[in-house]
Design a protein around this ligand. Structure first.
Ligand SMILES: Cc1cc2nc3c(=O)[nH]c(=O)nc-3n(C[C@H](O)[C@H](O)[C@H](O)COP(=O)(O)OP(=O)(O)OC[C@H]3O[C@@H](n4cnc5c(N)ncnc54)[C@H](O)[C@@H]3O)c2cc1C
Ligand SMILES: NC(=O)C1=CN([C@@H]2O[C@H](COP(=O)(O)OP(=O)(O)OC[C@H]3O[C@@H](n4cnc5c(N)ncnc54)[C@H](OP(=O)(O)O)[C@@H]3O)[C@@H](O)[C@H]2O)C=CC1
Ligand SMILES: O=C(O)C(=O)Cc1c[nH]c2ccccc12
Length: 413
């Protein structure tokens, strides 16, 4: 291993990689500069451990900056969304806007002197057991390939790194209107007066349907099966905060029962409006399958008033039309796929026992953060930003301890 005072060295001394720029990283290689990558980096910085952050885009927090709609706010109260080592400014509201969250992340990166290498899209990471190091290759600015080599690899590419685009019969070849995924939706402005089919009824599908109404478009939202809608607040108190409090004393199933009673008292019987509830409770589903309950920010009122139409699953598309599984045929100008996201880890991480085929850690929270041979996963907990923070603290401490031991050994030598 290189001595700790040498942060990086060019190392063109491996026979098979002679032609490629190659950097020895004397510390962890962190892939991804979203909240998770930044949170690990800040913990390492505080312990004096050097690191390199590789980010495929040209900015930090690209999900929040580039791939989300204008009206987006954090939907959990701010105390559940701040990262370790720096609280939100006091003047931030209970639910900060996405611009405020991005500003916070910028000051977070500045405070901990985190300067990612932008335009570095990691396309392979492999453990080389002949010398006990990770070899990470990245496409730099779409062309050149650079290699980074180091003892530790921190996977921080997120649960939402790729959009899910389902194969829907006729959508790409028959339907002639415009089709986008919600990650490219900014506002309803360009949909004024249009009939829009919103596919998916998670937090994204619900909120953009509301946004479309606010811009005088006519949304129909596809609910193919079931969905849990909860009020964001009950009597002025955050439903999520209440659940976290109750979980200190009660089992999950009991907390779910209480939440459903409260939801019924506040929202009424939502099944009447086409929003059938799953048989498993909202937090059970979130923890086991990662299906996030909808925290209502106003869409439900529009569903009740009929401004957002709830429709059944899709059978097929034809020019300007969609046929639904219940036989209904709708005229549609545009389609917005709010069909979710997936991890991209299987595309680039090779030979690693930490992740399963779906790109999520094999062990559920809180045990999925560490694998063999110096690999770590941050932000794959299905618990949003608070789960990412909890992983990040564990990872930074674990690497910090190893770093300390090795530094002391090196000093004694
Ligand atoms: C619309 C939306 C709203 C959300 N709202 C909340 C909320 O209110 N509260 C909450 O707790 N959670 C929320 N979440 C959950 C969300 O997962 C977190 O907010 C958070 O952004 C996750 O951080 P992350 O760093 O793990 O992933 P990301 O923010 O996705 O960051 C991952 C980074 O890795 C980069 N990357 C990916 N692949 C590569 C590669 N191969 N090479 C190099 N770089 C790569 C990406 O460009 C990105 O910058 C929301 C999610 C979405 C989609
Ligand atoms: N801060 C905030 O306010 C917001 C937070 N978020 C978060 O971002 C994450 C992603 O949310 P979101 O983008 O809503 O994605 P989700 O994965 O939560 O929801 C995807 C939706 O698409 C549906 N779907 C998928 N495939 C099809 C298909 N072929 N036909 C019909 N429906 C389909 C799913 O239905 P089914 O359940 O039947 O599979 C589900 O309703 C979540 O964790 C969410 O909480 C998102 C927006 C706002
Ligand atoms: O918004 C998200 O994606 C989150 O993961 C935040 C979150 C974690 N646990 C929850 C339970 C109910 C609603 C949102 C969340």
């Amino acid at each position: 291993m290189a001595p700790p005072n040498l942060m990086e060295q060019n190392c063109n001394n491996y026979d098979d990689f002679l032609s490629r720029p190659c950097t020895w990283v004397n510390g962890p290689i962190i892939v991804g500069a979203g909240p998770s990558g930044l949170a690990v980096a800040s913990g390492l910085r505080r312990q004096g451990v050097p690191f390199v952050v590789l980010e495929r885009t040209d900015c930090i927090a690209s999900l929040w900056r580039r791939r989300s709609y204008d009206r987006l706010k954090l939907h959990l109260p701010k105390q559940f969304c701040q990262l370790p080592g720096l609280p939100f400014p006091d003047h931030f509201p209970e639910y900060p806007s996405k611009d405020q969250f991005v500003d916070y992340l910028e000051s977070y990166a500045a405070r901990f002197a985190i300067t990612p290498r932008f335009d570095h899209s990691v396309h392979s990471a492999k453990y080389d057991d002949t010398i006990g190091v990770w070899r990470v290759t990245a496409v730099v600015a779409g062309a050149e390939v650079a290699e980074y080599i180091g003892r530790w690899l921190v996977v921080a590419t997120g649960e939402n790194s790729e959009k899910v685009v389902p194969e829907l019969e006729g959508l790409l070849d028959e339907f002639a209107g415009d089709v986008i995924h919600v990650c490219d939706y900014k506002s309803g402005e360009r949909y004024r007066g249009k009939r829009v089919l919103v596919v998916g009824c998670g937090n994204s599908g619900m909120e953009i349907s509301l946004d479309l109404c606010d811009h005088n478009a006519s949304p129909s939202m596809v609910v193919r099966d079931s969905v849990h809608v909860l009020p964001r607040e009950v009597m002025g108190k955050s439903t999520f905060a209440l659940a976290v409090l109750l979980l200190k004393w009660l089992p999950l199933w009991a907390v779910d029962k209480i939440l459903l009673l409260l939801a019924w008292a506040v929202l009424g019987n939502v099944a009447k409006f086409g929003l059938k509830r799953p048989s498993a409770g909202p937090f059970e589903l979130k923890n086991k399958q990662g299906r996030t309950p909808v925290l209502d920010t106003g869409a439900l009122a529009k569903i009740k008033s009929g401004e957002i139409k709830v429709v059944s699953g899709i059978k097929s598309f034809s020019p300007g039309k969609v046929e639904l599984v219940d036989g209904q045929i709708l005229d549609v100008d545009s389609v917005i796929l709010a069909t979710g996201y997936r991890s991209n880890v299987p595309q680039w991480l090779q030979g690693c026992d930490l992740f399963s085929k779906d790109g999520m850690p094999k062990s559920p929270f809180p045990d999925g953060w560490k694998g063999n041979c110096g690999v770590y996963a941050v932000g794959f907990t299905r618990r949003g930003l608070s789960g990412a923070s909890s992983d990040a603290v564990r990872i930074a401490n674990d690497i910090g301890m190893q770093w300390q031991e090795e530094t002391n050994l090196a000093k004694r030598r």
